[in-house]
Design a binder for this molecule. Structure first.
Ligand SMILES: Cc1ncc(COP(=O)(O)O)c(C=O)c1O
Length: 252
């Protein structure tokens, strides 16, 4: 079936406006996507119809809001083939990586190694730098080849008994490179390391099955996936999430 541009544009109310006297053409979706009518309507309905605290009240609105929140969690879980208890809502992709870094940091020590790559987004670099500064963890960087791929031989050479975590982009926000996440996870696991994928870009462009990839952690954000800003997803294997200490104290 032919791609009907006008039909797709019509889903996005903002594309009805003009900028500099011309119809808006928006090409910055990798940074943040515009919102389709279905998302705007769902958010408006939530605010107008049944807004309350989630998991913190027993009245009708609180129950409806909590049900909607948990239904969203089940939807996300089904979207990536995860168990619903393996989906953690965060404030964004950046916070999801920070949550894992804070949690793993509790069990890492000086000299332990984390492998990242030269094609990572800052969100998948800075949290690991903090561990380096705080704990003396060593960061190892996988090289990127001249044609924009991960250098797999170099990756293999960086893996060893001290590697505790491999944190790599599934799809690069700079190069568009799609990494073979399944192969990368296999290599990381053979070295005894956990693997985290930054999925902010891949989740928009391809089906993601976290079980098939055998990812220990997989993170992405809502606002690049046509959802509201201020939402991120951390997928973690149930047994790996269970090992993480509490990230924040909370009012309940
Ligand atoms: C690859 C990648 N990782 C992480 C992030 C950060 O996500 P968030 O804005 O949800 O914190 C972005 C957003 O620019 C991204 O493109």
């Amino acid at each position: 079936m032919a791609f009907d541009v006008e039909k797709v544009r019509a889903e996005f109310p903002i594309l009805g406006r003009e900028v500099h006297g011309k119809p808006l053409i928006y090409l910055d979706s990798a940074a943040s996507a515009q919102k389709p009518r279905a998302v705007i309507d769902a958010m408006t309905r939530a605010m107008e119809h049944s807004y309350a605290n989630v998991h913190r009240g027993l009245h009708t609105l609180a129950n409806e809001t909590t049900d909607a929140y948990e239904a969203a969690r089940r939807k996300v879980a089904a979207f990536i083939n995860a168990g619903e208890h393996e989906v953690v809502f965060t404030k964004g992709g950046t916070e999801a990586v920070n949550l894992v870094a804070a949690g793993l940091g509790a069990s890492l020590k000086s000299g332990d190694e984390i492998v990242i790559s030269e094609m990572e987004h800052h969100a998948n670099i800075v949290p690991w730098h903090f561990l380096r500064e705080r704990l003396g963890v060593v960061l190892k960087w996988v090289r990127v080849t001249d044609d924009g791929a991960l250098d797999l031989e170099h990756f293999q050479s960086l893996l060893g008994p001290k590697t505790k975590l491999v944190a790599l982009s599934h799809m690069s926000n700079v190069l568009g490179t799609i990494n073979d996440a399944k192969a990368l996870a296999r290599m990381a696991h053979e070295a005894g390391a956990l693997v985290l994928f930054g999925g902010c870009q891949a989740i928009v462009h391809k089906p993601v099955d976290v079980k098939d990839l055998d990812a220990d952690f997989y993170v992405f954000s809502g606002h690049k996936l046509y959802g509201p800003t201020g939402i991120g997803i951390l997928y973690g294997k149930a047994e790996e999430l269970a090992k993480l200490p509490p990230y924040q104290g909370a009012a309940r």
